[in-house]
Design a protein around this ligand. Structure first.
Ligand code: NAD
Ligand code: UDP
Length: 347
């Protein structure tokens, strides 16, 4: 089936629509399509500007309810973004993390198999697991996926996501596509602890928060681990590429990432300090310093890390004609500027 963005009879359900990725996706669907949208989440604080839009129906409810699942599955296209997905929670709340990333999406997958909906499920680059520091492109259909011990509950999330992928792929009659994000960054990501959330946000949000509060930027285990950061705008283009290429996307898992944007966390902290100094027009020694901390002290018992994650994007190029194009510095500056402006009155 070929979906046209101009066709007003097409409808889509977005689960986790109020989150970082979901809120950008909703904006893009409103701006670039004529589709009707069911937006499902526990909270819509990021979507205040869309609350009265005539093409969006908001359902403030929980994916763990059967009635919510069957309502969602009655849509022909379902994108599931709902999850507990902040690493600091994987150690303290492993059971809830597993329920959120396995039990709930599996119930939705079963309902979609029954209704015939196309399920586009958000997994994670963490399914590749405990990667080493050696440079290695992670390929969707050939790279190994190795997790740590069951006592290291950091892997609760990765394991639940991986099992969900396998369950989805095993379901007879389900039309599915799995997406594996590589560290998306941009405006609206995560929160600032004590202001609009609690715990430890993902690294870029945490560095923005530290710079704004004039507190140290913590480098966990010396900041040697490396990530490939992906602009939220490139990520949204990717989702649109999937939506127009249903035939090529069915039964496939795709990385969504930018291999050009790879750097260590220590390098990320340096860049962020420099960008902040230039935005604020102050000298670098007036900007929050970095501070080393062990992972045990920062995250507690049970934390382990993926040391390096570089996405192969060959499959996305080949099947969807997709290539990311936002340069990292542009994205970092955009994100930090958004944090400065958004939290101007709160800090
Ligand atoms: P997010 O936390 O900003 O958004 C997730 C949303 O899901 C939240 O708004 C939350 O309220 C909602 N939600 C959680 N449980 C729910 C439930 N039971 N019922 C209804 N809504 C519920 O996260 P995000 O960054 O937008 O990530 C979205 C998806 O992408 C997740 O599945 C995540 O695992 C995956 N992912 C994201 C990244 C990234 O870089 N952002 C990386 C890897 C994987
Ligand atoms: N990290 C860090 N300081 C922070 C937050 C995270 O050094 O304040 C490190 C973390 O240990 C990991 C990397 O940054 O090596 C990315 O962490 P994040 O929480 O963003 O997500 P992940 O990619 O691990 O899922």
């Amino acid at each position: 089936m070929k979906y046209s963005f101009k066709d007003p009879t097409v409808s889509i359900a977005i689960v986790g629509a109020g989150g970082f990725i979901g809120s950008h996706l909703l904006d893009a669907l409103i701006e670039r399509t004529s589709w009707r949208i069911l937006a499902v989440d526990l909270d819509f604080y990021r979507l205040q500007h869309r609350l009265h839009h005539p093409r969006i129906e908001f359902l403030c409810d929980d994916l763990k309810k059967e009635s919510v699942v069957s309502r969602i599955a009655s849509y022909p296209i379902v994108i599931n973004l709902a999850a507990i997905c902040v690493p600091s929670r994987y150690m303290r709340e492993a059971k809830e993390v597993i329920e959120s990333n396995y039990n709930h999406p599996v119930a939705l997958a079963l309902a979609c198999a029954k209704s015939g909906a196309w399920l586009i499920h958000f997994s994670t680059s963490e399914v590749y697991g405990k990667t080493s520091i050696e440079p290695c492109l992670l390929e969707e259909d050939s790279s190994p996926m190795i997790l740590g011990s069951v006592r290291a509950s950091r892997w609760s999330y990765a394991c639940a996501k991986q099992l969900t992928e396998r369950y989805i792929a095993s379901l007879q009659g389900l039309s599915w596509t799995v997406l594996r994000p590589f560290n998306f960054v941009g405006p609206r990501m995560d929160f600032i602890p004590g202001i609009d959330g609690e715990g430890i946000p993902r690294v870029l949000a945490n560095f923005c928060a530290a710079l704004l509060k004039n507190e140290p930027l913590f480098l966990v285990d010396q900041g040697v681990s490396r990530r490939s950061f992906t602009s939220i705008h490139d990520a949204i283009h990717f989702i649109f590429a999937v939506l127009v290429h249903q035939e090529e996307s069915l039964g496939q898992a795709f990385n969504i990432g930018n291999p050009e944007n790879e750097l260590s966390i220590a390098e990320l902290a340096d860049r962020m300090r420099q960008i902040y100094a230039s935005l604020k027009q102050v000298s670098i020694d007036q900007v929050s310093p970095v501070q080393l901390i062990s992972s045990k002290e920062y995250y507690g018992e049970g934390y382990e890390d993926s040391l390096r994650r570089i996405p192969s994007i060959e499959k996305a190029k080949r099947l969807l004609g997709y290539v990311p194009n936002e340069a990292l510095d542009v994205t970092l500056q955009e994100t930090l500027s958004w944090f400065i402006e958004h939290y101007r009155l709160a800090l």
